[in-house]
Ligand binder design. Structure first.
Ligand code: ZN
Length: 495
């Protein structure tokens, strides 16, 4: 790899050079949504953070298998081992099949992600589709003596595990803190210790989402799915596991315990966590009345919103902060992002209008090389999108000075600068041009051409020249002029 990427590993609490287990390939797993309600701003942050990582890893030459799950079973009301299943509850209230609820909100989630220009993961497994793998995991942990059966449910024996390993290493706790901070919940009587967590739960008679198992008709504990599906699709050891900071404890801590208890070694090399979004300084929550869904942001229909905010404004707002910093939502902050984004897009549009000078030019190739390097340096420094954006703003100032005839640029410099802008603003930050209402068709049309050319780049990367040439020739026949650049491609329609 030409680029040396450093990422902050939550487990070791320091920035480490990223070295994949298999050279050239990366396996990454990110905890996806629980699909019982509309995606909100809190979902946008991990989705965009790990989309940035996915895009960057691919850009610097890795083949990435990105797994992001859909939690459609086992996530209970209290995020603990008690309470009704969130999806089953919604289904009961709305008189739907639980899978109808899960599918409906999965579709809505996909639509929101597409609007935010978040690339789909390579594999998107559902918890309910991997019950067999989860039962296998529970059986292994039982066989190794780190779990016990109680009244048809199976619990992880945290104390026993902690005697041999360290429960709490990811979140920086020790078992004593955990015991002191845990609250008594109903049904604790089945457990030997209140800190134990469920691997399998026997279903109550009214519980509709249930599967047969050696222990009871029931359902897997929430933490099982990520361990079981991560292992199934990425192997016993894989590179990156990500999610929001709120998942560090207990979810990811339990995942580590499950992996070690079942296979004797840790599964994940780098744990990455994005920080949270607060709303006017407060944590987001349904009960706090400051819970704004992405659909509401896009339409502006929420009493806390002064206006509608486009998906790219939301994306830009999130990328303007480093992923490990907190972000506070306010109308003022989003309005500032909206202005910033349009300044960047105006810079891009102006770039297309520049007439290069024959030779010389006051903006030099050295400037563009330095700009490119500074952007790579920022990305290599734990994905500092915020600094990349500030460099792109600097580029906009240079572009504007050329437009204002205070500076000049020759063709090669213009092309190189266009390449850097396209690479960082569009390919890596994943921004896209948004046009006003009414031109949605034209925008979609542009995306289709981009998509075809991306397929062509994949074909080229695979040395599939026949496909690559066919795409170019067919587009040429339709009047598209395609130009390959160092950083990808450009195209225009001649008509
Ligand atoms: Zn998870």
């Amino acid at each position: 790899m030409e680029q040396k990427l450093f990422i902050y590993n939550t487990l070791t609490r320091r920035k480490e050079e990223f070295r994949p287990i298999t050279p050239g390939r990366v396996g990454m797993y990110v905890c996806g949504p629980t699909v019982y309600g509309d995606a909100h701003l809190g979902h946008a942050r991990p989705a965009i953070t790990f989309d940035l990582l996915f895009r960057y890893l691919r850009h610097i030459g890795y083949k990435v298998r990105y797994v992001r799950n859909i939690t459609d079973v086992g996530h209970l009301e209290h995020d603990a081992d008690e309470g009704e299943d969130k999806i089953a509850k919604k289904a009961r209230l709305e008189q739907l099949e639980p899978m109808e609820v899960a599918q409906y909100y999965t579709n809505r989630f996909h639509a929101a992600m597409q609007a935010l220009n978040v690339l789909p993961p390579s594999i998107e497994p559902c918890a309910s589709g991997h019950i067999i793998e989860q039962i296998g995991l529970v059986r292994q942990i039982l066989d190794n003596g780190f779990a016990y059966e109680s009244n048809g449910s199976v619990y992880f024996d945290v104390e026993k595990y902690n005697r041999k390993y360290h429960y709490g290493k990811l979140s920086g706790r020790n078992l004593e803190d955990v015991i002191n901070n845990s609250r008594e919940l109903d049904g604790v009587g089945e457990k030997r210790n209140q800190v134990d967590f469920a691997l399998w739960k026997r279903a109550q008679p009214e519980h509709i989402m249930r599967w047969p198992s050696p222990w009871s008709d029931g359902f897997p504990g929430w933490h099982c799915e990520c361990t079981a599906m991560g292992r199934k699709y990425l192997g016993d050891h894989f590179d990156i596991h990500g999610g929001g900071m709120d998942l560090i404890f207990p979810h990811h801590e339990c995942e580590i315990a499950q992996a070690v208890a079942s296979q004797g070694s840790e599964m994940v090399h780098y744990w990455m966590h994005n920080n949270m979004i607060t709303i006017n300084g407060q944590k987001m929550g349904k009960s706090l009345g400051n819970f704004i869904t992405l659909a509401q942001f896009f339409s502006g229909e929420h009493e806390s919103l002064a206006q509608a905010y486009s998906p790219m404004t939301i994306r830009f707002f999130i990328l303007q902060a480093h992923y490990r910093s907190t972000v506070d939502f306010s109308n003022e902050a989003l309005q500032a992002s909206e202005k910033g984004l349009s300044r960047l897009m105006e810079g891009w549009a102006a770039l297309g209008r520049i007439t290069p000078v024959a030779d010389g030019g006051t903006v030099t190739m050295a400037y563009v090389d330095e700009l490119r390097q500074k952007c790579y340096d920022a990305m290599n420094d734990d994905l500092n999108s915020s600094v990349v954006i500030s460099h792109l703003f600097d580029a906009c100032r240079v572009i504007n000075s050329v437009v204002d005839k205070k500076a000049t640029m020759e063709a090669a410099v213009l092309e190189a600068l266009t390449g850097v802008f396209r690479t960082f603003a569009f390919d890596i930050l994943g921004l896209k041009e948004e046009t006003g209402s009414g031109s949605g068709r034209e925008e979609a049309f542009g995306h289709v051409v981009d998509m075809l050319l991306e397929q062509r780049m994949i074909a080229k990367a695979n040395k599939d020249w026949a496909t690559s040439d066919k795409i170019r020739d067919r587009l040429a026949a339709l009047g598209f002029e395609v130009k390959d650049t160092k950083d990808g491609f450009t195209w225009k329609l001649n008509r």
